[in-house]
Design a protein around this ligand. Structure first.
Ligand SMILES: [Zn+2]
Length: 305
């Protein structure tokens, strides 16, 4: 039996769809994991792994478009004659620092429910890039601190900055992840932040003390400092104490999820994640055969895999 992401530690083998923190829980104690090579490398940069990576003969990993190395799991249950896909976090919009999603058909789809809400619709990615570049160019004499996850969003922001000729400062967590990206053929240009010696520039920062950093820079360098964030979460929570916000998500919105479901063409959908009940309700309203994921249902589906 295979557990999916960090959902539970009751099974001996774990599928790791990607290396974001909430998906690599319990990973240190595992002897075996199923993941892409890139996810394994990224997880190793964040955690001490002793796990061996392997891919059983009845499993295919398909790129999910979410972050570098992210994959969906396609499980062929030969005993039941069923193909089952677990989407993991996925994104249909093309992201220059992730692999493009590949979609296959399956009988059962276990789908992530992060953006379950039809009232949220993401903007075109290129338009958001343009707005971010316009914003940083309008504040060239100031410091801009982007709060960011160290993996995925940070590298996309570096890519956007590099495109505008900017080489941003980053913290040590982000730098460690950047090394894995650059080993995989990306050419991210960045500088390690040294608080004693800063010029007005963009800082991409994953640590928690952004507000302290902001006051420190203001006092030491006597320049304006703005905080910004680039995430789909601004559609749900607003600016979240930042001065500026941009709707840039690594996830599919509800309408992308519908396109994805139509391409997978499943007979049954199990919605997965914190908002699985709400997502199932919306999908049912749109005419799909959807129910919230349950461990019992799942163990039945993959029992004889
Ligand atoms: Zn994720």
């Amino acid at each position: 039996m295979i557990s999916i992401d960090g959902s539970t530690d009751i099974y001996s083998i774990m599928f790791v769809s990607h290396a974001h923190a909430d998906h690599i829980r319990y990973i240190e104690s595992r002897a075996k994991i199923i993941s892409s090579e890139r996810t394994y490398d990224l997880a190793s940069a964040r955690r001490r792994l002793k796990a061996e990576r392997f891919i059983p003969r009845n499993i295919e990993l398909l790129p999910a478009g979410h972050i570098l190395g992210s994959t969906q799991l396609l499980l062929h249950n030969y005993a039941m004659g069923l193909d089952i896909i677990y989407s993991g976090d996925f994104n249909l919009a093309s992201n220059p620092v992730a692999e493009k999603i590949i979609i296959k058909e399956a009988d059962v789809l276990i789908i992530d429910s992060t953006y379950y809400d039809p009232s949220i619709r993401f903007e075109d990615r290129e338009d958001v890039y343009e707005r971010i570049i316009e914003f940083v160019e309008s504040k060239r004499d100031s410091f801009i601190v982007f709060r960011s996850y160290s993996l995925g969003k940070a590298q996309e922001l570096i890519y956007i900055m590099n495109k505008a000729g900017i080489v941003p400062y980053v913290d040590s967590n982000i730098a460690k992840i950047n090394e894995v990206y650059n080993k995989n053929g990306f050419c991210l240009r960045y500088q390690h932040i040294d608080l004693k010696d800063l010029e007005p520039n963009v800082i991409i920062y994953s640590k928690l003390n952004v507000d302290i950093l902001k006051s420190y820079i203001k006092i030491r360098y006597n320049k304006d400092v703005y905080t910004a964030v680039a995430t789909g979460m601004i559609y749900r929570y607003g600016l979240m104490r930042n001065d500026y916000g941009f709707g840039l998500s690594d996830h599919a919105d509800f309408y992308q999820a519908i396109d994805y479901i139509n391409s997978v063409n499943p007979r049954l959908i199990l919605t997965y994640g914190n908002d699985k009940v709400k997502f199932a309700r919306y999908l049912k309203a749109y005419g799909y055969n959807a129910i919230p994921f349950s461990e019992i249902y799942y163990s039945y589906l993959v029992a004889d895999d």
